[in-house]
Design a protein. Structure first.
Length: 243
């Protein structure tokens, strides 16, 4: 069954103002997208295609102008945050630039512990223990629990952010260019990790990237987003293109 469903989603922004002429820019022009329970859907698109807008709408951070978004069988209300309520824990995100996405003053323990604090009743000691388990799950040593983010490599920090996303046991993880700032070798390792986690936990993924090569490696269905519209990708053809 569909876990996340977007139907005919539209979104415009008003641009211009003081000096430039005012105009309405339609960023999403009727987007249909489905992520199935435990599945992985890829969205590929060039820069400016509307990927970030799509991510914000999927996360419930922003509201579409038209169309419908359903998550876990429920339509999101006008106030998306309110509509989602406690289901928020079930959709977590990993961003491209984790250095900017984490608080530089928080240790790895607190970074991973944040969603546990927000979404579970675990006490401090239990959160530390769980954070240590999650580090092991992303193949990092629990020794890192007391480190600050600037003492980690890019690949380590990205793994920490994956651990944080896994922490509240979400049904869906949104990967927003999550591999894009890593060099190719690290990218391949993190992709292997994600594949392994997908098998172990049954978590579904929405994998958003500009890099078309990554999609057949991880996703079981995919769409191309250009100029605010989506077209399905034939995974067999894109697999052949890679070979
Ligand atoms: P992508 O992530 O694929 O690069 P974005 O969703 O960031 O695409 O942006 C798509 C288009 O929408 C861009 O032209 C961008 O300038 C515009 N846009 C995105 N967010 C806003 C906003 N909050 N206000 C005005 N324009 C925006
Ligand atoms: P339990 O609830 O007893 O840990 P599960 O079947 O839920 O058993 O999970 C098996 C293993 O996978 C455990 O180590 C658990 O921590 C981990 N796990 C399962 N689902 C998730 C998830 N969504 N995020 C992180 N870890 C998970």
């Amino acid at each position: 069954p569909p876990l996340l469903e977007l139907r005919g989603v539209t979104r415009s922004y008003r641009t211009g103002g003081w000096f430039a002429p005012r105009q309405e820019r339609q960023v999403l022009r009727g987007v249909d997208l489905t992520v199935h329970e435990g599945g992985c859907t890829g969205v590929v698109g060039p820069s400016g295609a509307g990927k970030s807008t799509l991510c914000r709408i999927a996360l419930g951070l922003e509201q579409p102008d038209g169309g419908m978004v359903r998550f876990m069988g429920r339509a999101w209300g006008r106030d998306v945050r309110h509509g989602l309520g406690k289901d928020r824990r079930h959709i977590q995100v990993v961003f491209q630039n984790s250095v900017n996405a984490v608080n530089p003053r928080l240790t790895v323990e607190r970074i991973i512990g944040e969603p546990l604090e927000n979404f579970t009743t675990l006490n401090r000691r239990q959160r530390r223990a769980r954070a240590g388990e999650l580090l092991e799950q992303v193949h990092l040593s629990p020794v890192l629990l007391d480190r600050l983010p600037h003492r980690l490599s890019g690949g380590q920090l990205q793994r920490v952010c994956i651990a944080r996303a896994l922490a509240p046991r979400p049904r869906l993880i949104l990967l927003d260019e999550a591999l894009s700032s890593l060099d190719m070798l690290v990218q391949a390792r993190v992709l292997d990790l994600l594949t392994e986690l997908r098998r172990a936990t049954g978590t579904a993924y929405l994998f958003v990237t500009h890099d078309v090569r990554l999609v057949p490696l991880f996703c079981d269905e995919a769409a191309v987003l250009t100029e605010g519209r989506v077209a399905p990708v034939d995974m067999r053809t894109s697999g052949q293109a890679r070979a």
